[in-house]
Design a protein around this ligand. Structure first.
Ligand code: FES
Ligand SMILES: [Fe+2]
Length: 340
């Protein structure tokens, strides 16, 4: 468990501190917000062998059915409880348990019990799945509601002219809100990322989507570069940050809750190939990945030990952050806050 932060919210400009109302760690956010979360990369799923996954405090199993469609289901066999992700095989497009070879087909229905004349009238719970941008997404909803939005396509992940996405991942004791709100946290760009001058971030919200823009002027492994920066957010489990300048890049930021304490944070770094020289794009992507790793660790160390204040002591410069948090509440079973 994180060490408590009893000092209150972010550093203030000294003029506009509100009364500190919260001095104890608290957990006002639901550990599993409602929305799409990445659970694997497309290449992780084969057509023969199932794989185990652990997210949302549950054990899951993933595989591809006979048509190649990704399937994610609860992992424990309804027979006597074997884990289908450890030794489970895909046979004729159906998932076969490693223990007594019961099989589960479309919608999770039991289709075959090898030593019985009829299949058992049981099934596996299948989760809503979407495969997009080379990633496998699962829709979590506390009350089992169907998805009401989609993760947007990221053209940089699939179109020519961009490098292959390079993955960074880490598990920290932190809520998935951390990486979602990061771009909206004006005050951290200077101390953490070396931004020169104050930040002004424009935030627009539209149901489960939000977008933000700003101008970045910061050192990138040496030289100070200027970028037009933007972030596009979709639900609680996806954002893509784009920086356009001398070097252009896109970073998909993807938090997935593992259990009530831990989140897996993934970053996928993509760089534009300059001109027609594809190899150069790959070299730049490696360079940007090293830069991003440095900053990712710097922030992760803080997220790992941070607490979440329901009523932070905002400074007058914290403008986008409180608006972002009001927007985020819709994924935690609460109203998205009063109109702005
Ligand atoms: S535990 Fe799965 S078939 Fe028996
Ligand atoms: Fe940051």
């Amino acid at each position: 468990m994180s060490e408590p932060n009893t000092e209150g919210g972010p550093p203030s400009d000294g003029r506009s501190l509100r009364t500190l109302r919260v001095a104890q760690p608290e957990r006002p956010l639901r550990p599993y917000p409602d929305g799409w979360f990445m659970v694997a990369r497309s290449g992780d799923l084969g057509r023969r062998t199932a794989i185990p996954l652990s997210y949302f405090g549950r054990e899951l199993v993933a595989y591809r059915d006979g048509s190649g469609t990704a399937v994610v289901a609860d992992a424990f066999c309804p027979h006597v409880g074997a884990h289908l992700g450890h030794g489970g095989q895909v046979v004729d497009g159906e998932l076969q348990c490693p223990f007594h070879h019961w099989r589960f087909g479309e919608g999770g229905r039991c289709t075959h019990v090898p030593y019985a004349p009829r299949p058992a009238r049981v099934g596996l719970h299948h989760w809503p799945v979407d495969e997009r941008n080379g990633l496998i997404w699962v829709f979590y909803h506390a009350e089992g509601a169907e998805p009401d939005y989609r993760i947007p396509d990221v053209e940089e992940a699939t179109e020519p002219g961009w490098s292959r996405p390079l993955l960074l991942s880490a598990r920290w004791n932190a809520h998935p809100i951390e990486s979602q709100e990061n771009f909206l946290d004006e005050g951290h760009f200077n101390p953490i990322h070396g931004q020169e001058g104050p930040m002004e971030i424009g935030l627009e919200t539209d149901g489960p989507f939000a977008s933000a823009t700003t101008r970045l002027h910061a050192p990138v492994l040496g030289p100070r570069l200027t970028f037009e920066g933007s972030a596009q957010l979709a639900g609680p489990g996806f954002s893509v940050i784009r920086a356009r300048g001398l070097i252009s890049m896109a970073v998909m930021c993807i938090p997935t809750p593992i259990d009530e304490e831990r989140t897996e944070f993934r970053l996928l770094v993509i760089a534009r190939n300059p001109g027609r020289i594809r190899l150069l794009g790959a070299v730049i992507a490696q360079f940007l990945r090293a830069y991003t790793r440095l900053h990712f660790r710097r922030e992760g160390e803080i997220w790992h030990r941070r607490t979440y204040h329901r009523t932070p002591s905002y400074s007058s410069l914290d403008k986008a952050l409180p608006r972002f948090r009001r927007w985020y509440m819709q994924f935690c079973g609460q109203s998205a806050g009063p109109p702005e």
